[in-house]
Design a protein around this ligand. Sequence first.
Ligand SMILES: C[S@@+](CC[C@H](N)C(=O)[O-])C[C@H]1O[C@@H](n2cnc3c(N)ncnc32)[C@H](O)[C@@H]1O
Length: 390
Amino acid sequence: MSTIIRKKVSSNPFSGEHAFFVTTARGVEEVLAGEMNALGLSGVAVEKGGVRFTGSLADCYRANLWLRTASRILIPVAEFPCDSPEHLYDGVRALPWQHFLTPDTTLAVECNLRDSALTHSGFVALKTKDAIVDTLRDHFGRRPNVNPKDPDLLVNVHLARNRCTVSLDSSGISLDRRGYRTESGEAPLRETLAAALVAHTGWDGSVPLVDPFCGSGTILIEAALKALNRAPGLLRGRCGFQRWPSFEASLWRRVVEEARQAERTTVAAPLVGCDSAAAVLSTAAANSRRAGVEEYISLSRSDAGDLVPPPSPGVILCNPPYGKRLGDDEQLKPLYKQIGDVFKQRCAGYTAWLLTGSPELAKAVGLKATRRVVLFNGPLECRLLKYDLY
Ligand SMILES: C[S@@+](CC[C@H](N)C(=O)[O-])C[C@H]1O[C@@H](n2cnc3c(N)ncnc32)[C@H](O)[C@@H]1O
């Protein structure tokens, strides 16, 4: 039997308080929860892969606009036991889809599953879509179309240990797609992960931030946005909820206006980026221009071995190249040793943070890390290592 999480339906199905689930990369949950508490959200509770909160439609809009380390803000609408196609169909069919979609809007279904009787995510997505479309056909006499690439409503089905949660994805396009990074260099960090790294360092904009392997500039851009207190969502196109029949445009305008008012116009300390590849530096410059932060970031071509940071104190944060193929680590060891030497000899008074997916390369740095944070860069388990440089 389907438990519909919000049974009360008024003119706007999202009026009143709701439960939300905010997804993020594994290892980033605590940082995200810190952001959510700082935003004043209630009932913040950490789970694996995400953080829950309860709040209003305005909270949902603010969360989409402000959270730097969130991937998607989901609104669970039903939860039910599910170990067969029939259970899935009936559970989804029991929901009042006519409040979320019309025959003239489009939909797509995304599914993730684990440890369940139903094992094929494509099949689960298809069955869910059928149930939604049938409900709407019964109600309106017409059915909406599916648009997998650019739907008005993205439905998320999460099936774990034969328990199915159906959610509406209020973000639509994942929140890490800020809109400023139309170009990138080799192995760019996700914007949300870069924001998480900045948060881990505790950097508050009062001392220099240096990235000697800046690539397309993601870390520095995210740091600049934070120092300016600029909501990352201001750069994005429309969120999913802006295409829903329930969208309250005046409320969204108010939330956006509040964010614009909260913005600072200066950054107290320099943001410095270097890279040995000239091409990637022009990408970093173009990205920071699109993000509207180019005046706060200075970029120069230089080898990490030649790094001379601004006077201390300050923070170094970087993800140097890492080995993708067998044997790469051996070749990269001298670079990591050089990083350790530069940290030791030229960066006294700094705190350095280095993200790497290779314990072998971390060892080659030759310095004792005072903190280790486990984070996932996509599927790759990484360590963010902290070095206090005296
Ligand atoms: C993993 S990427 C950094 C990605 C970056 N964080 C981003 O989000 O785009 C590593 C970068 O280090 C640069 N690099 C490699 N060897 C270097 C060296 N010896 N000195 C400085 N930069 C180097 C590469 O050109 C590449 O852009």
